[in-house]
Write a protein that binds this ligand. Structure first.
Ligand code: 1GP
Length: 234
């Protein structure tokens, strides 16, 4: 059974973006803890199943982050379900979840499902626009969301999502250290080893997305950077 609590580094692959076989092989053999498949727009059953079958040639743990209930593909190791805590549109807090469980409830394997409390912090991101997220937040707002995620909803993951831009590491560090059980996932703007080291020093788990498509060599260097942080050489 996969233990996501041990993950330090995750690559996030978008089914709506092209990646050639060589690049995919380098990602899957990089030493990352897991490959997460997910994206905000253009995710379909077909492009998700296609990417899963290509990743499955490798042994790396492979999980799906569900953003569209028409693109729920069997065969992943785990299924991550975002609950966007700062969404203004309640569809992203409970609406899509309700419809998905109504439709797929009888066949859901609940021990494969991980709920993520998302806080979206980059107002310019697609995720913020789609969910109508309130991104103008004080640190105290984020702290409150962290408590709601962990104490009220008992979510196993709090995901601080800066998708496309590098975030406030002091905020990430303080939020992570305020959590007792939940894991803090950080994603956004990690474009190479320097930022990976900073983010890894602040969060429990870092997620690298865009860099895979923009500069693969530097994206791959983020895996080693985590190992450096683990050894204490920042
Ligand atoms: C996106 O948090 C991930 O959901 C990663 O962000 O694409 O900016 O690396 P980037």
């Amino acid at each position: 059974m996969i233990d996501m609590r041990r993950w330090k580094h995750v690559f996030k692959l978008d089914p709506d973006r092209d990646i050639d076989d060589m690049a995919l092989e380098r990602i899957c053999l990089s030493g990352t803890d897991a490959v997460m498949v997910g994206g905000t727009s253009g995710v379909t059953f077909d492009n998700t199943v296609d990417l899963l079958s290509r990743i499955r040639r490798f042994e790396v743990d492979c999980v799906l982050e569900i953003s569209d209930r028409d693109a729920i593909v069997p065969g992943f190791d785990l299924y991550f379900i975002p609950i966007v805590l700062n969404a203004s549109n309640p569809d992203w807090i409970i609406g899509h979840h309700h419809l998905a469980v109504k439709e797929y409830g009888p066949m859901m394997q609940w021990d494969q499902i991980v709920a993520e409390g998302y806080v979206i912090l980059n107002g310019d991101s697609t995720a913020a626009r789609v969910t109508e997220a309130r991104t103008e937040l004080e640190r105290s707002d984020v702290e409150a969301y962290a408590k709601i995620a962990e104490r009220l909803f008992r979510l196993p993951v709090l995901y601080l999502e800066y998708s496309g831009t590098f975030g406030d590491m002091e905020l990430v560090r303080r939020t992570a250290s305020s959590l007792q059980d939940a894991r803090l996932f950080y994603g956004g703007g990690i474009d190479g080893p320097e930022k990976a080291r900073q983010a890894a020093a602040a969060a429990h788990t870092i997620i690298v997305g865009n860099a895979i498509y923009e500069n693969l060599d530097r994206a791959l260097e983020t895996v080693q950077a985590i190992q450096d942080v683990e050894k204490g050489c920042l």
